[in-house]
Write a protein that binds this ligand. Structure first.
Ligand code: ATP
Length: 364
């Protein structure tokens, strides 16, 4: 078992709380991705699990053993760094075998294990080369091999793909997912790239300002963000967020955002200072001639002017300035929203359009 329990883990650098009392259960066999913007504390959290940074408070429990203050090499975890941290003067073979030689394993065992790992990572033909004679992708695989060779209980990875070009990054994502499935070990993986998180993770932990905002499967955190931060971090473009108020009127819950009333659900509720969230792919562009009733009985409507268009290949993103309702706002440009869908969206720069959204796709 290689579950990792993080109990109230905190790291302060002077007045900065880089990691602020994080509680997190990483299940055996999880591919847990720590995701968040630059400076949110993900590297510091990973380094505390690795034993490279000493916590200010809290504990790290690996498979029911308190490892909080154990030196890195006694932890049964292996770390893969962004920079790969290979020994430049050693061959691929000696780089991969290094942790076993350092642990004074018998020569024959080291040789056999290095061959095994090299085959697994398709490095067989490169064992005699030095790191400088390898491509970025090959170096990354050697760094991975050095972690694999020890057969650790958990792999800790700090942005291991960030030095690869876009194409290789995509291919390596697939390889890492396959490797994780094959090994069945626990992976803890740091990135600020949401595509890496969404495609590889079994669970994603979102961090902001040293605090844990949400943990869940990629689908859960995308479909049901627990905070405005998570909603605004995930998605490309991210979720449209508008300040709103909620009031019960005529047996409906009416959300008012950007000066427009959206009667959404049956019921009553009164709330001020709410944020309305709609994903760009959930806004539907209505053809110009559509009458109010044709939009669907339950669909809420917004209207605005097209201010920008982005061609993404198979899809397109349109940017709109919403109309601001009320006589005083005539001619004023309101909040910006993005709409995303298969190309062409049917939008023209400067044109006025109406958008609808199904009530089930509205987040408050
Ligand atoms: P990035 O994606 O940019 O690597 P991160 O989420 O991994 O960011 P950390 O490297 O964990 O963030 O840093 C979290 C906070 O702690 C930052 O404000 C950083 O400046 C601060 N910090 C990190 N290491 C140290 C240190 N050794 N001394 C002082 N402050 C530090």
């Amino acid at each position: 078992m290689a579950s990792i329990r993080i109990e109230g883990l905190t790291k302060a650098f002077g007045a900065t709380r880089a990691v602020d009392e994080i509680w997190l259960d990483i299940t055996d066999g999880d591919f847990l991705v720590l995701l968040g913007p630059s400076g949110c504390g993900k590297t510091t959290l990973l380094r505390m699990i690795a034993g490279l940074v000493e916590p200010t408070a809290g504990r790290v429990i690996l498979a029911d053993r308190d490892i909080t203050y154990l030196p890195p090499r006694e932890r049964d975890v292996a770390m893969v760094f962004q920079s790969y941290a290979l020994y430049p003067h050693l061959s691929v073979e000696r780089n991969i075998g290094f942790p076993l030689r350092a642990a004074r394993r018998p020569k024959a065992e080291v040789a056999a294990r290095v061959r095994e790992v090299a085959t697994q990572l398709e490095l067989d033909g490169l064992l005699g080369r030095r790191p400088r004679e390898l491509s970025g992708g090959q170096r990354q695989r050697v760094a991975l091999g050095r972690a694999l060779v020890r057969d650790p209980a958990a792999f800790l990875m700090d942005e291991p793909l960030s030095n690869l070009d876009a194409k290789l990054r995509t291919a390596t994502r697939t390889e890492l997912t396959a490797l994780h499935r094959r090994l069945g070990s626990t992976f803890v993986y740091v990135t600020h790239d949401q595509v890496e998180a969404m495609t590889m993770a079994t669970r994603v932990a979102l961090l902001d300002g040293g605090r844990l905002e949400q943990v869940g499967t990629p689908t859960e955190v995308y479909d049901r963000p627990a905070s405005v931060f998570v909603a605004g971090f995930l998605g490309s473009p991210p979720m449209n967020l508008l300040p709103a108020t909620v009031a019960g009127r005529d047996g409906r819950v009416v959300v008012t955002a950007a000066g427009v009333d959206l009667p959404l659900w049956p019921g009553t509720a009164d709330r001020q200072g709410v944020t309305l969230g709609i994903r760009p792919e959930h806004l539907r562009v209505l053809p110009a001639h559509t009458a109010a009733d044709d939009a669907g009985a339950d669909a809420a409507r917004l209207s605005g002017t097209v201010t920008g268009l982005e061609n993404l290949g198979s899809e397109e993103v349109g940017w709109l300035a919403l109309d601001t309702a009320g006589p005083s706002a005539a001619g004023a440009r309101g909040a910006a929203v993005a709409v995303r869908g298969p190309r062409p969206l049917g939008l023209t720069l400067g044109a006025r359009v109406s958008l609808t959204v199904a009530p089930e796709h509205v987040h408050l």
